[in-house]
Ligand binder design. Sequence first.
Ligand SMILES: Nc1nc2c(ncn2[C@@H]2O[C@H](COP(=O)(O)OP(=O)(O)OP(=O)(O)O)[C@@H](O)[C@H]2O)c(=O)[nH]1
Ligand SMILES: [Mg+2]
Length: 580
Amino acid sequence: MKRIYGNVAGLKAGQLRRLEKLYRRRVPPEVLISPELARDLSLLSHEIRRQLGVLLNRQGRVSFVVVGDPKKIVIPTTAEYQAAPGRLNGLRCIHTHLDGEALTRDDLTDLALLRLDLMAAVGVGPDGLPRAVHAAHVLPGASERLPHRLLPPLAPSALNIDCLTLVQALEDELQRVATGRSAGVVRDRALLVSVSAAPRRQSEESMAELRELARSGGIEVIGCVIQQREKVDHRFLIGAGKLQDLTIHALQEAATILVFDQELNPSQIRSITDQTDLKVIDRTQLILDIFAQRARSREGKLQVELAQLKYLLPRLVGKGTALSRLAGGIGGRGPGETKLEVDRRRVRRRIAQLEDELEAVRRHRRQLRAKRDKKSVPVISIIGYTNAGKSTLLNTLTRSHVLAEKRLFATLDPSSRRLRFPRDLEVIITDTVGFIRDLPRDLMVAFRATLEELERADLLLHVVDLSHPRFEDQIRAVENVLADLELGAKPCLKVFNKRDLVVREIAENLALRHEAVAVSARDKTTLAPLIERMQSMIASSSNPDAASARPGGAPGDAEGGGRQQPQPIEADPLRSNDVT
Ligand SMILES: Nc1nc2c(ncn2[C@@H]2O[C@H](COP(=O)(O)OP(=O)(O)OP(=O)(O)O)[C@@H](O)[C@H]2O)c(=O)[nH]1
Ligand SMILES: [Mg+2]
């Protein structure tokens, strides 16, 4: 016996039997609904004074029979018909409207949220016979317009609208939207979402950075939604109504993923995923994904995996605990243990293992460092916000070819080069992973081995992208990370990069105010003052007496500039070898 869904209380046995018999009906697949079935629904609905609906699959079989109340009907959520992203769910809903009214807002929302093939309402006349039929379908790829299209009202005798062809065309269109703009490459298509009480400008700027992060992660951004709320919704973060709009928008644009600018807790991720059928991640997860894509060295990979597992662990909570009981005794595990606990234990074990391996890496690094210390070659570490131009600076200074790219977190693994200064002073110069505002804690801990290198530096070069509208915030973010790493007291020279993109006087004024050197890392002819400053700072750190004689000069007035023409940078013959 097939189940009748919805509001069946108080129906007579005969009426229930008639409802059950509806499951036996077949409708020609190309017809919206057969006139006979429309008539039966209408008459029965009139008799019980409740809306009545059927969900028909693409073979024209009745998959669900649902009883509503006089004004509305609740369609069961149909897990077995869940639609893949960019597809419809293969069911059309035909239900009755006792007053013969057109499709309601709720009907149209259901159409989009459940991704039905079609939604239709059969008007019930005063005699119980069917009147006009109103139908609608979703409208792909047009988020600026309404998300659906209403068909002109149909007569109950003229319901052959060639459903299958129509639905096929809709799916083709959805598919086209999904792949059209990414030139055939299958990539995630994201809607970016920000929910916060912060002023709009701030949210927008943060969103711009999230967009850059998404781009770096190889995700196509198809839209951004910012919601300002005094109080965030504890369940969905975003308001329930807005989330509904978002889901419809996502359907139209064939989005596959929602990326939140704010941190989501595990239960929010779960509720939003359930509600939208989309992948849901937050900024931290996105950064972790980028790191995972970029990690090349073994150490980098270990560090990223560790960070990912630490992120995952608290999120392995309660999910399906009751369902995933393992049979007792397998592999020595006791009965009653849940799969989740096994997962959690496995993750913990792997974390411990990774931490051991990284400890070994750190030991090895310390030995290398001790060797280097014996030779006492000064170390200069290039640090700064991601995309500031650190790798470019290293390349130009040492004529090497470290990867430099217009994307966030191009560099993950540190690389070191030797550099000989004009005054025959040799140093090691290291490029590091970029910093970012609110750097995920786990990531920082995981990258400790890399960042420990900084402790050993004699001088930090803090590279700043002067052309970035928020460069001052970026400076602060970097300084916060340095303070977290207890490196705040290290000698540090600010390098204001990309001065070619900024009006000359402005660049010079800013550099003066921040005691920085303005350069263009791509253009080695601009680097002479920087080299002078580095040289004198290194010299004074190894010879404190010299320090008082050399106050930090402004750009261009580098110490000794008059006496000694800055020479072209002499890179060591070893330059192409990493010296880590
Ligand atoms: N116009 C201009 N662009 C620059 C300059 N220096 C670097 N860039 C560009 O800025 C982008 C980022 O440079 P990278 O050297 O990769 O930056 P990074 O700081 O190493 O970045 P991550 O490793 O991703 O943290 C690249 O597209 C560079 O070509 C400069 O002086 N002027
Ligand atoms: Mg880099």
